[in-house]
Write a protein of this length. Structure first.
Length: 302
């Protein structure tokens, strides 16, 4: 009996702490207008997507690898991070890449500037989470964003080498599938964790950034499967409405979902840094009591 009582008390206390933790996350997400900020960030990313891809492709072209393997890595990213229509969007991006070869140095520099402005927008939206007016200096932000671009460039190079090794020495569909899934998970966790650790002006500890990064990766995988189900089964006639522009609304919806995931999982860091709030717990219990009593009275009246 004593063990059962201690287990029951521990379970109730753990549940109370978890509920309070989720309340702090949800209330702060609502207080900082997270859904509105996600929409603004999604619009910025949509406008910056083509300049970002062209600038990254220009840097990737400097890698000492065959275009065949670089194309495979590019297709890999579009297939795994854009769940529906990734290959079609990649084919359209390739057209822009071909036209971008005629750009001058000044034109290519403008694409780099647009990419940096996109990263500044992500940083600003993350800083709004902690209700702080303190921003990183421009030099520190430029240094951080440059390191992000260099790390992304390095990851693509490493992935190209691993893909070549897997294709040449481990020519097996099963091994290739497991390799792709493991690599996608690792790259996604690293990407989210680095964003949460280094992007905000607020100092974030590495364990908190890793917890938020793992959670964001799990939610990203779940939302990707739900989005595929939605686009295949519930949005089947979108090509009749939009015609040749059918991929644009789906792509915009997916960017918005990804931005929601990015900002909401950043709230996990806020929840881990704040303390247990007894007032929130009392407000929740009072709300549930009112709702429960209202439902009971309504049931009795019927």
């Amino acid at each position: 009996p004593g063990l059962i009582q201690r287990t029951t008390r521990f379970t109730r206390r753990s549940l109370r702490i978890f509920v309070n933790f989720m309340l702090r996350i949800i209330l702060n997400f609502d207080k900082t207008s997270g859904d509105t900020r996600a929409g603004s960030l999604a619009f910025t990313l949509l406008l910056s997507f083509i300049p970002f891809m062209i600038s990254m492709a220009g840097l990737i072209g400097l890698l000492p690898f065959s275009n065949r393997y670089i194309t495979r890595v590019e297709q890999y990213f579009f297939t795994n991070y854009i769940p529906h229509g990734g290959i079609q969007i990649y084919s359209q991006v390739k057209v822009f890449l071909q036209h971008s070869q005629e750009l001058s140095i000044l034109g290519f520099s403008s694409l780099i500037v647009t990419t940096y402005l996109m990263l500044f927008s992500v940083e600003r939206q993350l800083n709004a989470l902690w209700h702080t007016t303190r921003q990183n200096s421009i030099l520190n932000s430029l240094r951080t964003h440059t390191l992000f671009l260099i790390s992304g460039f390095s990851v693509i190079g490493i992935m190209t080498v691993l893909r070549i090794y897997s294709h040449v020495f481990l020519n097996s569909p099963t091994i290739d599938f497991l390799f792709d899934q493991s690599l996608t998970t690792f790259v996604t966790i690293a990407m989210f964790s680095l964003v949460y650790k280094f992007m905000p002006s607020h100092s974030v500890s590495l364990p908190h950034a890793l917890i938020a990064g793992v959670t964001a990766t799990l939610l990203f995988s779940v939302s990707k499967q739900l989005f595929i189900f939605y686009s295949v089964n519930l949005f089947v006639n979108y090509h009749i409405i939009y015609g040749s522009m059918a991929l644009i609304p789906l792509f915009l919806i997916w960017i918005y979902i990804s931005c929601l995931n990015l900002l909401f999982c950043a709230e996990i860091i806020y929840g881990l840094e704040t303390r247990y709030n007894e007032r929130l717990q009392r407000v929740l219990y009072a709300y549930l009591a009112r709702r429960f009593s209202f439902l009971c009275r309504k049931k009795i009246q019927r």
